[in-house]
Design a protein around this ligand. Structure first.
Ligand SMILES: CC(C)(COP(=O)(O)OP(=O)(O)OC[C@H]1O[C@@H](n2cnc3c(N)ncnc32)[C@H](O)[C@@H]1OP(=O)(O)O)[C@@H](O)C(=O)NCCC(=O)NCCS
Length: 179
C-alpha cells in the first residue's frame, strides 16, 4: 500500500487505491439507508457526490493509505479499510467495509476481507485485526466468521444507532494465535 500502483487481487476481487473517478459510483452505492444503518454516524446519510469527493481526497492524502476501493469484474463496488491503531494498541488494526447492495451475497466482501487481512499481517507489522459489528448485522458477522475471525466479546449497550441502544459484537483475527 505504499505506492500508486498498489493492487491486491485473488483473480475475482481486487483491492486498489481509491481514485477521484470513483466519486459518482461511490456516492450512488453509499446513498443507501441499508448501508448507513450498519455504519457509524460519521458516515453521512443521505450521501452526496460532494461527500464522496471529500472522502476520496482525504483518503488519498493519508500516507500510508488506509482505505481502498473494492473492485469486482473491473468495477468499483465498495470500500475497505484497515486502520492501524496507536500507542499500546499499535500491533492491532481496525477493519471496516461496505459494498453496494446490488453486489450483496456473492462472496465479494469475504474475498476482500481475506485479501486485506493477508496483506496486513504480511506488510503492516500487526498481529491482530478487529471489527465491531452491530448486533443485528448478521451478514457482516458471517463474513468475519468465514474469514477466520472469532467473536471475542459482546460489548453490551455500547451503540446508539437510529435512536436505539444496541450491543456491539467484537470480532478478531490473529496472526499467530489459533483458537
Ligand atoms: C455486510 C456486507 C459487507 C456483506 O457483504 P457481502 O459481499 O454480501 O458478503 P458475502 O457475500 O461475502 O457474505 C455474506 C454472508 O451473509 C449471509 N447472509 C446475508 N443475509 C443474511 C441474513 N439475513 N441472515 C443470515 N445470513 C445472511 C450470506 O448468505 C453470506 O453467507 P454464506 O456465504 O454463508 O451464504 C454488506 O452487506 C454491506 O456492505 N452491508 C452494509 C455495510 C456494512 O454492514 N458494513 C459492515 C459493518 S461491520
Amino acid at each position: 500500500m505504499r505506492n500508486q500502483a498498489f493492487k491486491l487481487t485473488d483473480g475475482v476481487v481486487t483491492i486498489r487505491k481509491l481514485r477521484p473517478s470513483d466519486r459518482d459510483r461511490m456516492a450512488e452505492i453509499a446513498n443507501n439507508k441499508k448501508v448507513a444503518d450498519n455504519l457509524r454516524d460519521a458516515f453521512p446519510h443521505p450521501y452526496s457526490v460532494a461527500d464522496a469527493e471529500r472522502f476520496i481526497a482525504m483518503c488519498r492524502k493519508h500516507k500510508p493509505a488506509q482505505v481502498f476501493a473494492i473492485e469486482f469484474e473491473g468495477e468499483y463496488v465498495g470500500n475497505i479499510g484497515l486502520h492501524v491503531q496507536d500507542d499500546v494498541y499499535r500491533k492491532t488494526a481496525e477493519l471496516g467495509y461496505f459494498i453496494g447492495e446490488p453486489y450483496w451475497n456473492r462472496g465479494i466482501t469475504t474475498r476482500a476481507v481475506n485479501l486485506i487481512c493477508e496483506y496486513g499481517f504480511r506488510e503492516l507489522d500487526i498481529i491482530k485485526i478487529f471489527s465491531g459489528v452491530f448486533e443485528y448485522n448478521i451478514p457482516s458477522q458471517k463474513v468475519l466468521e468465514k474469514c477466520g475471525f472469532v467473536r471475542e466479546a459482546v460489548l453490551k449497550d455500547s451503540v446508539l444507532k437510529n435512536e436505539k441502544i444496541w450491543d456491539e459484537h467484537r470480532y478478531a483475527r490473529f496472526k499467530n494465535r489459533h483458537e
